[in-house]
Design a binder for this molecule. Sequence first.
Ligand code: ADE
Length: 263
Amino acid sequence: MVFAPDFLQDQVAIITGGGTGIGLEIARAMARHGARLAIASRNPAHYEPAVRELNAIGPGAVGVKVNIRDAESVDAMTAEVLQRYGRIDILINNAGANFLSPAISITPNGWRAVVETVLNGTFFCSKSVAPHMMERGFGRIIMMAATNGWNASPAMAHSGAAKAGIINLAETLAAEWGPAGIRVNALCPGPVRTEGSDERLWMDKELVARLEQQIPLGRFALPADIVGPTLFLCSPASDFITGGIIALDGGDRLRNLRSFMGG
Ligand code: ADE
């Protein structure tokens, strides 16, 4: 363990989309470090097995059914967590939605599904927990942006636009809420290979190897590459970081600069 085993003891964290994939990996790590958790998801089937597992490895976890696209549902989630635990220290805005499509074929409903989940959901959840955090003068909000919020996002115009919105939102909320003791930061992973990720994307081994060769650190991200920085942003080690937009891409965004060196 890199962090003190109990550095999250007594703290309460909401993790949206915490029942599967990267969200669950983050939840496991936070539970092991002593956090009490609320795993928020639209589908109880997505969080029930996770909640059982998390209760076995940490001091407590509950599942909360929420539709983050709906501000009223989000406020009900916040009220339920406050009733259960009496406090909220950390919000991890992890839930997302995405699908591959050329921009020309994205329907209005497809566009709305992604942008409302990723961008509206992140804003609704952050705004919903903020009054409580302001009252206590303490809060840590972490947003999952992505490198496609910085660059062009071919085949994911909706996701890229929403992630770009998150990057700006993290900076704005950090500026507005810093004086109230709330730190807001965004993480920008590139592609992450998780157990739940679409294996079709990774099937062409030759292509994957070629793409990995172009990444300065030589590989795509694994969930652990996202978990460590998330714990860091929850910890006092990052107490002077707010409005941080942190790339978790193995240096992939620097590729153009490398080409000057014949890399
Ligand atoms: N995960 C994906 N979409 C979601 C939504 N609308 N609400 C909660 N969790 C989600």
